[in-house]
Design a protein around this ligand. Structure first.
Ligand SMILES: C[S@@+](CC[C@H](N)C(=O)[O-])C[C@H]1O[C@@H](n2cnc3c(N)ncnc32)[C@H](O)[C@@H]1O
Length: 332
């Protein structure tokens, strides 16, 4: 069988997983399975949020484009949350599709990406003033390859956190597919996208202000946040997807990678929080690996559903991808 670099990576890693059982999974079956997953995953691209709307006045649409954003699954996910809860914690908040649309007394949001977190903090502190500052650089003159490079360079060298937050909104809307990708040096390195008139998410930012005012915002590793969860709390986790191959898997939201080991540790933290009396929900791709980790290894309950995704850069072509939500229910 032909092995490309991705297959070799996956094979190398799958053998390290504690649940891998050579007796039950003959090598050729695993190889075919992996090749199939890689073919499926490689062509999945990120969604154009503007095309999608939920017809409901109260729903807050995220103002950032974000890989793996869950806005389209908002209702499927929220339906699994208990109506009442003490504190809602979201350790991988990204663009906040879910956090911006829940209504609990206390909401703690977190992400490892400090550029993203600065945007939330600036919006929380300065509201309309921050929005107006961001709007100023959405000009025709700034929608060229040269201007994009200049602004990207300024972002990568600036020490002014407020200015960086302003530039982050520009980059998010002008870069390729809204991808927030960093190189090993921690520099933002996504190329420019092809947008005739990049959209400034003014109304989305306005609607978010009221919600963000209530947030307690953190910039730590997810584990510290799950460890805070106690009896009666609700934790929703949306980590980078389970890796299927080096090239198919997008986990460059920050210069630190989210590895297979992290995925297993996340499930372990979730089941420990459930022991303390919290309910923990985790979203991920639905595949053999995620099911093994959440159900076989840590005893979670899994619900599957279809999500429509844009394939390649062609927004006409869509395909349904299976996702899951694993629930770890309170043990006391
Ligand atoms: C799939 S995205 C979340 C998308 C979000 N639910 C939304 O709808 O926009 C995963 C997020 O996890 C964050 N992340 C990756 N590793 C992390 C870690 N170790 N701790 C906390 N956040 C992390 C990434 O920066 C990214 O924003």
């Amino acid at each position: 069988m032909f092995h490309n670099k991705s297959t070799t990576f996956m094979l190398k890693n799958i053998y390290k997983l504690p649940f891998f059982n050579r007796e039950h999974c003959k090598k050729n079956i695993i190889e075919n399975d992996i090749q199939k997953f890689i073919e499926e995953e490689i062509f999945v691209e990120y969604d154009e949020l503007e095309e999608y709307s939920i017809n409901d006045d109260k729903t807050v649409k995220p103002f950032l484009k974000w890989a793996g954003g869950k806005f389209k699954s908002l209702n499927d996910i929220k339906n699994l949350f208990p109506k009442n809860g003490k504190t809602y914690l979201e350790p991988f908040v990204g663009a906040g599709s879910i956090a911006l649309n829940v209504d609990y007394e206390k909401i703690i949001v977190n992400d490892i990406n400090s550029d993203l977190i600065q945007v939330y903090l600036c919006l929380q502190k300065d509201g309309i003033k921050f929005i107006n500052e961001c709007k100023k650089i959405f000009t025709k003159e700034n929608n060229t390859r040269e201007s994009y490079k200049k602004i990207k360079d300024e972002f990568n060298t600036s020490k002014d956190i407020y200015r960086k937050a302003v530039l982050f909104i520009y980059l998010n809307r002008h870069c390729f597919n809204g991808l927030c990708r960093y190189n090993r040096k921690g520099e933002f390195n996504t190329p420019i996208g092809k947008y005739g008139n990049p959209y400034f998410p003014e109304s989305q930012m306005f609607s978010a202000i009221e919600k963000i005012e209530k947030f307690e915002i953190k910039n730590e590793d997810y584990k510290n946040i799950i460890d805070m969860a106690m009896e009666g709390d609700i934790v929703y986790c949306d980590p980078p997807y389970i890796p299927l191959s080096e090239s198919a898997y997008f986990d460059a939201y920050s210069k630190e990678k989210f590895t297979l080991k992290n995925q297993i540790e996340l499930a372990e933290s979730a089941s420990m929080a459930a022991e303390r009396g919290a309910i923990v929900l985790i979203s991920n791709h639905c595949n053999w690996y995620s099911r093994q980790i959440y159900t076989e290894m840590y005893g979670g309950k899994v619900k599957m559903f279809d999500v429509s995704r844009t394939i390649s850069s062609n927004i006409e072509q869509r395909k349904a991808v299976k996702e899951l939500i694993a629930t770890f229910s309170p043990k006391k």
